[in-house]
Design a protein around this ligand. Structure first.
Ligand SMILES: Cc1ncc(COP(=O)(O)O)c(C=O)c1O
Length: 446
């Protein structure tokens, strides 16, 4: 086994450089490329680039490859299904894989009672399904989402997304009927509360402001929430926030939509992040990790809600049989060992990153659950001034040392590795982040 990471060329290397030039001529420049990684192959948590450099992957293709890259059980399931048939449109015809997957999802979804699933191809398509179902079944037009939320980029989901203005700029006007409320940003609690004193008072905005001034609760179809805001900066909603949200929505006959696109599929040490709070949702969005990298999105709902008749909603490719085959193996691996590994190695990684606070004043907060960990960087721990440039520099310095991490929010480094990450790999990641922080702090001091 070659040691990982192993960086042999300047980055980008010559082959990477050539491919990037070709890309820049013909591929949309709207993609966010934080650093010049050009992948050749990958396995587990190791990524090899086109110049033979080996990287330790703590990004997992934006929290997707939960079973590790090209897991030896997932790849044959994909190729065997590909040889059988590639497509038959599960929205027009039947095949067993889609039924089996819906049965599996019904067994794990954080929803009370029987569950039905709608299949799409991506997170944003799952969210569109959730949105449309909520409006259809309640016959109410309005949706409440949270500031900082990321729910996708198609026009319905984008109306809910309130993460970065660049994602919305020049794309409006947006779907009407969307209201945003403050999320539980506990590191920067505007109410001055601490986890011990917090009763999720930030949610009072919904009843005291939105319901009073802007929208009657009986015209609200759904509240949609990420139990841990992903793109928003890996912000962990406290249990009482989700519990109180459940109470509030139930009181007014509003559906609770749980967006688990990033936090789901075992990443937090439970199958779904909302389980940590003991809360059940009415509708749940899943994607990213569900099929180990094959495209699949799911809107799962209480069976008594998902009663829309034939023709109301469908998707040509949704629930593709190859993706379903990958998802079935993924769920099996998650249950067998990977959720437990995410909890154990995640706790180890979070401890190690938290210990870095003693040496690195740039680190303002370390938070997360399982292998969904955010390290928020600040210029000053008192003022909590966001260290955006420094965050970007830390991500690049980690890349230069062979560690793949991504940013989240404006000043947080996110750790979303494959759930196969070992303790030894977590230790390597901690060491590299330690060095990267040191380099950026030294540059700032000069
Ligand atoms: C919580 C959440 N919801 C929805 C989406 C949209 O998923 P996709 O990019 O697959 O459309 C994302 C993507 O990052 C996400 O993190």
């Amino acid at each position: 086994m070659a040691p990982v990471p192993d960086i042999k060329t300047p980055l980008p290397g010559p082959n990477a450089r050539r491919l990037m030039e070709r890309d820049h001529a013909v591929v949309s420049p709207s993609y966010t490329r934080s650093y010049p990684l050009v992948i050749e192959r990958a396995s587990g948590a190791t990524v090899e680039d086109v110049d033979g450099n080996l990287f330790l992957d703590c990004a997992a293709g934006i929290a997707v490859t939960c079973t590790g890259h090209s897991h030896p059980d997932v790849v044959p399931a994909i190729s065997q299904q590909a040889a059988r048939f590639l497509h038959m449109s599960g929205t027009d015809f039947y095949y067993e894989l889609q039924v089996r997957l819906a049965e599996e999802i019904a067994g794990v979804a954080p929803i009370e009672g029987p569950v039905r699933s709608f299949f799409g191809n991506s997170g944003t398509e799952a969210i569109e399904g959730c949105l449309k179902l909520a409006r259809y079944v309640t016959e109410r037009p309005n949706i409440i989402a949270f500031l900082g939320a990321f729910h996708g980029r198609t026009m319905g989901a984008l109306a809910l997304t309130a993460s970065k203005t660049a994602q919305r700029r020049r794309f409006g006007p947006f779907m009407p009927g969307v209201f945003h409320a403050p999320f539980a940003d506990c590191y920067r609690c505007r109410l001055g509360l601490t986890p011990e004193t917090c009763g999720a008072e930030c949610l009072e905005f919904i009843e005291d402001q939105l319901f009073l001034h802007l929208v009657a609760p009986d015209e609200v179809a759904a509240v949609i929430v990420e139990p841990i805001q992903g793109e928003g900066g890996y912000l962990v909603a406290p249990d009482q926030f989700l519990q109180r949200l459940r109470e509030l929505t139930s009181t007014h006959g509003i559906l609770l939509v749980d967006d688990e696109v990033q936090s789901g599929m075992g990443r937090t040490g439970r199958m779904f992040a909302i389980e940590h709070a003991g809360v059940k949702a009415d509708i749940v969005a899943m994607a990213k990790g569900i099929a180990s990298g094959m495209p699949l999105g799911v809107a799962a709902a209480r069976a008594d809600l998902m009663t829309w008749p034939a023709g109301t909603h469908a998707s040509t490719f949704g629930g593709n049989p190859v993706s379903c085959a990958a998802a079935l193996v993924t769920l099996k691996l998650l249950k067998e060992s990977l959720i437990a590994n995410a909890a154990a190695v995640g706790a180890y990684l979070k401890d190690g990153l938290t210990n870095l606070m003693a040496r690195h004043p740039l680190v303002g907060d370390v938070r997360g659950r399982g292998l969904m960990i955010g390290v928020e960087l600040v210029r000053d721990r008192q003022t909590k001034e966001r260290a955006t440039d420094e965050r970007n520099d830390v991500v690049k310095a980690a890349f230069a040392r062979g560690l793949l991490v991504l940013g989240a929010g404006s000043n947080t480094v996110r750790f979303s590795p494959p759930l196969v990450l070992t303790r030894a790999e977590a230790e390597t990641a901690i060491r590299i982040v330690d060095d990267a922080l040191g380099e950026v702090e030294a540059a700032g001091a000069r």
